[in-house]
Design a binder for this molecule. Structure first.
Ligand SMILES: C[S@@+](CC[C@H](N)C(=O)[O-])C[C@H]1O[C@@H](n2cnc3c(N)ncnc32)[C@H](O)[C@@H]1O
Length: 505
């Protein structure tokens, strides 16, 4: 597979592994409701995604992102480019002095690549990533997404008609569309739901004979040569004879349809009734002319805030459709470039419409946006529509380990156990499975943590009675080990020191 190279690539390909784990600190005053499983996180998504990893790694069903398009347009409310002081600082730190020579595309790629890797790791095996983008970075985005997701997992590149009316002052072409690039985590496990039929399609369904099953469309029951099918003659239950020919369904099914009054006859033609009430919906197409537009999205923002508080929102119907085709029930939806919070709003609206209980996680970096726009919009949507749901607003707290590699004081047993278990197993802990010092078990290995007071956690003989009687290998985290080699060998215990032996995820 051809791969893309750019200045700074080596510095960022494994950067996702170097990002420190941070704790999330709930801000009660900015949250809505108690203990909601919806999250709005204020912070750079690179660090926020890492903080989510021990809890949500492999669990997110749908990720939608609308990253900066890198257009070079300076006048946006947020920084649509990696010249943002925060990103610049980050690039300076990660890519080093070389970052001063990077062109706009290099910087954008440096920003996107480690984030894409984390998003990949957060997705469930049947999960889907959907990314809004336009002509400026589409080629680069496809290249790096192919690299991170595998080109076989590319699903499609939807063209979304974003703007009605053309711009006659454009130099060459009036750009009225953008893309939504869609990848599966694993194409063999993904499924895409059908969408509701368009109104004009529904109008083609009628009920001329007042069938109690409602409106239907007539579909010819005969097959053309290329369609396959079965060849036979048959007699309908009211005695009409149809000579041998090629039919779409086999004889048994045809006679069953006739018994169930699903056939209608016009001259020598046989039709099958396709009822609207039984229609499974339309398969999504790759050009979306009908999924709202940017002017509607601005109107949505104005109707919520009274003015255009955020310049580049996406319309709710567009995001709702993306979530609807890729999720069901209680799936988790993540948007790590949340902006005005359309994704949270769309999740709540969709849940209300179809009775689902999907959860959302939104991440927004800009100080002026996260609380006053992202969270405020979702808060107002909940209030206006009387939604029985809320969200927890979180800030990124200190890294779990300080610069010397020591664990932070404010980290409690369960938080630390979560990180230890995740870094050891790359899977999420089952909080209900924590039992005293035992924190979990995977592939014939049990994990234990002795952690009460920083620097004073000792693995000694008294701990042996807390270890389960089993043949499994036992990994025990503590500060010191007072057991000799022989005891460790006899009991199958492997001692690991807090935190130096924690493998970096
Ligand atoms: C195009 S807007 C998203 C608009 C959003 N889809 C909506 O409907 O309102 C991109 C957002 O990503 C945010 N952003 C950019 N870089 C980020 C980062 N590294 N971490 C978190 N948010 C970031 C920007 O501040 C901006 O609000």
């Amino acid at each position: 597979m051809p791969t893309l190279n750019w200045i700074g690539k080596e510095a960022v390909v494994n950067h996702d592994k170097e990002v420190p784990f941070r704790l999330l600190r709930k801000v009660k005053s900015a949250s809505v409701g108690d203990n909601s499983q919806n999250l709005i996180i204020h912070g750079d998504n690179l660090e926020a995604l890492k903080a989510l990893m021990p809890y949500y790694g492999g669990k997110v069903k749908c990720i939608y992102i609308d990253p900066p398009y890198n257009t070079g347009n300076e006048n946006w409310v947020y920084n649509d480019k990696v010249n943002s002081p925060k990103i610049k600082k980050w690039l300076g730190k990660v890519v080093g002095r070389e970052s001063e020579d990077l062109c706009r595309h290099d910087k954008w790629l440096c920003m996107m690549y480690p984030r894409l890797k984390m998003l990949h790791d957060l997705l469930s095996e049947d999960g889907v990533l959907m990314m809004s983008i336009d002509d400026f970075e589409i080629t680069h985005l496809r290249n790096i997404a192919d690299e991170v997701f595998g080109e076989q997992n590319f699903l499609t590149q939807v063209i979304w008609h974003r703007k009605r009316g053309k711009d006659n002052s454009a130099k060459f072409f009036s750009r009225v569309h953008e893309y939504i690039v869609i990848y599966a985590k694993d194409i063999s496990k993904v499924s895409i739901n059908r969408i509701e039929l368009e109104e004009r399609t529904k109008k083609a369904y009628t009920n001329p004979d007042n069938d109690p099953r409602g409106a239907y469309r007539k579909l010819g029951a005969w097959a053309r040569g290329t369609q396959g099918g079965s060849r036979y003659a048959f007699t309908s239950k009211d005695g009409r004879n149809f000579p041998e020919r090629l039919w779409l369904v086999n004889k048994e099914t045809m006679l069953k349809y006739d018994q169930e009054n699903r056939l209608c006859f016009v001259g020598d033609k046989v039709y099958r009734k396709l009822f609207l009430s039984e229609h499974s919906g339309a398969i999504p197409e790759t050009i979306w002319l009908d999924a709202s537009n940017v002017a509607n999205a601005s109107d949505e923002i104005k109707s919520i805030f009274g003015n255009q508080i955020f310049e580049t929102p996406k319309p709710i119907p567009l995001i709702k459709r993306l979530i609807q085709i890729s999720t069901t029930d209680s799936d988790i939806v993540l948007d790590s470039f949340a902006g005005s919070g359309t994704t949270g709003h769309a999740v709540l609206d969709l849940n209300k419409e179809d009775g689902g209980s999907r959860k959302f996680i939104l991440i927004e970096m800009e100080d002026k946006v996260a609380k006053d726009v992202t969270a405020e919009r979702v808060k107002r949507a909940i209030k206006t529509n009387e939604y029985n749901d809320g969200f927890e607003y979180c800030e990124l707290s200190k890294p779990l380990f300080n610069e010397e590699g020591h664990i932070e004081e404010e980290c409690d047993f369960n938080q630390f156990a979560t990180y230890i278990y995740f870094t050891e197993t790359q899977t999420n802990i089952d909080p209900k499975g924590i039992d005293g010092n035992f924190i979990g078990e995977k592939t014939d290995t049990e994990y234990y943590l002795i952690y009460k007071e920083k620097g004073k956690n000792v693995l000694d003989k008294s701990f042996l009675k807390k270890v389960r009687k089993s043949d499994a290998k036992k990994i025990v985290y503590a500060d010191f080990c007072e057991l000799d080699e022989k005891i460790l060998e006899d009991t199958g215990i492997v001692f690991k020191q807090i935190p130096y032996e924690v493998k970096v995820y």
